[in-house]
Design a protein. Structure first.
Length: 495
């Protein structure tokens, strides 16, 4: 069967089952007429049996989850084998905690465009998008040619300043409205150096952050009460429970006037569950930080891709410092901090007493060139707007599917999280709204079954879309979610 007819047959099968939404149908019609698909799609159908309605929701979920996990084990022997090898040299077989999943993680072998393949040969639509860093997909031709030409004509690691780092710095300053910028290797480092700058500039040590905030491996604040054991400079952080509560947050910040170096906040808590802050809240925090004599630092490591000049600019914010990273390395390790010239001057090595900010790979040639190419040639402001509109549409469709169920969807543009809560609460304003009622069993069941359907998604339900993901596949994903909710109606319906 030729590709077009194979796909059409599959779509007709889904339509016959009544699964494809209006968005999906519209997208599919467009794609079939206009765009020949570049791959032989092979999303797998799964075969879970419906839940016995007599069982209560916990027992029913437990039974479905056990069955899904058993199928996962049976379907993925080579991933399991790889995991068994990995535990011999990596603690728990892992070097990136987020990627550990029980009973063992799927081991990916290859990525191409918006797809990944695991060791057992299954193909997935990549909805994880490398936690937002994978914006360009796995093999973008423009990035590819930049990488090859950088390697051939520039070389790796020159151990010196280069014209390219100036070019990329100028582009970042122009695009994200920064006076000055410095590069790092990760978003974590960008935040650590931003905090060091704020401390040096203000002479204070304490920093206000919000519960649910994630600013890096050693800067994670899942809740106010339990600081993580690996939190750096633990006594220096004041963790507030008032994300999205403008009045309370402003009072709590101003109460600390003259004692805090910075308020560090995400415009949308990404790792915390893609929970957007309101414009009102962010302005209240910015103003309160300034009244308290502190710097306002906006962590845009995830959110800079949501609007042409970053989320902060789209909301009219004027942060003293901004931190960034992820996709801005064009697929290579990257981070950056930038902002007001007089604050960034703390890193001016010509000034006596300035701070050192070293890092062997800060200006590595690969990231400087690939990042520059990505931002200047691929992810232009126009593409950014169009791409995020697609994400908005997907979230809208998901929210419609989720009505009356325990599923809810939060996020902005192309970044989103699917939550499963006991009461199906759709008004999620802070991490407490999720944590108090989250159903880990439903979330896990969804994850196992989406894998079976051919969707690579994070277990926590986070999705970061990849540029050029075919609309048809998004329609099929919507269909799979609808199928999941229908298959498990007995436990998914809010009663
Ligand atoms: C908002 C935010 N800040 C900082 C970081 C840390 O970035 P990295 O993983 O590059 O250290 C992340 C990573 O997910 C993030 O989402």
């Amino acid at each position: 069967m030729v590709r077009g007819s194979c796909i059409r047959a599959r779509i007709e099968r889904h339509q016959a089952l009544g699964f494809i939404s209006s968005f999906g149908k519209r997208l599919i019609n467009t794609i079939i007429i206009a765009v020949p698909l570049p791959y032989q799609s092979c999303h797998k159908r799964m075969s879970s049996s419906p839940i016995d309605p007599a069982l209560d929701s916990k027992a029913a979920a437990k039974a479905a989850l056990a069955a899904a996990e058993a199928r996962f084990i049976a379907n993925n022997p080579l991933s399991k084998k790889q995991h068994d090898l990995a535990v011999c040299s990596l603690p728990g077989g892992n070097t990136r905690t987020l990627l550990h999943t029980s009973p063992f993680p799927l081991c990916m072998k290859q990525g191409k465009g918006a797809y990944v393949w695991d060791e057992d040969g299954h193909k997935y639509l990549d909805l994880t998008g490398e936690l937002s860093a994978g914006l360009y997909g796995h093999s973008h031709p423009v990035i590819r040619s930049t990488i090859l030409s950088t390697f051939d004509n520039v070389g790796v690691s020159l151990g010196a300043t280069t014209a390219q780092e100036q070019r990329y710095a100028a582009l970042l300053c122009d695009r994200f409205k920064l006076d000055r910028v410095r590069m790092t290797n990760t978003g974590t480092e960008a935040n650590l150096h931003a905090l060091a700058a704020a401390r040096h500039y203000t002479g204070c040590r304490q920093v206000v952050v919000f519960a649910g905030g994630y600013h890096g491996a050693v800067l994670s604040f899942p809740s106010r009460r339990e600081p993580l054991p690996n939190l750096v400079d633990k006594p220096d952080f004041i963790v507030l429970d008032s994300y999205n509560d403008s009045e309370l947050a402003a009072v709590q910040i101003e109460d600390r006037s003259g004692k805090i170096a910075a308020v560090l906040v995400e415009g949308m808590q990404g790792a915390g569950g893609c929970i957007p802050a309101s414009r009102h809240f962010l302005h209240a925090v910015q103003d309160a930080a300034h009244r308290a004599g502190a710097l306002f630092i906006l962590d845009e490591v995830m959110t800079s891709r949501l609007a042409p000049h970053g989320l902060g600019a789209s909301l009219g914010l004027k942060p003293d410092l901004v931190t960034m990273g992820k996709y801005l390395g064009g697929g290579f390790a990257f981070g950056a901090l930038g902002g007001r010239a007089n604050v960034m001057a703390v890193y001016d090595p010509r000034v006596e007493g300035s701070l050192a900010h070293s890092g062997t790979f800060n200006n590595n040639t690969m990231a400087m060139h690939a990042g520059y190419t990505g931002l200047s040639e691929i992810f232009t402001p126009e593409v950014c707007v169009e791409f995020n509109a697609k994400g908005d549409e997907l979230r809208k469709e998901l929210a419609e599917l989720a009505e009356g169920s325990r599923l809810s969807v939060t996020g902005l543009g192309t970044l989103m999280t699917l939550h499963f809560t006991e009461d199906g609460n759709k008004e999620i304003l802070d991490v407490g709204d999720v944590k108090r009622k989250e159903r880990g069993d439903f979330r896990d069941l969804f994850w196992f079954e989406m894998l079976e359907e051919g969707f690579w998604i994070t277990r926590r339900g986070y999705i970061a879309m990849i540029l050029d993901t075919p609309d048809e596949d998004i329609g099929i994903f919507l269909n799979a979610v609808k199928g999941f909710l229908k298959r498990h109606e007995g436990i998914m319906r809010v009663v």
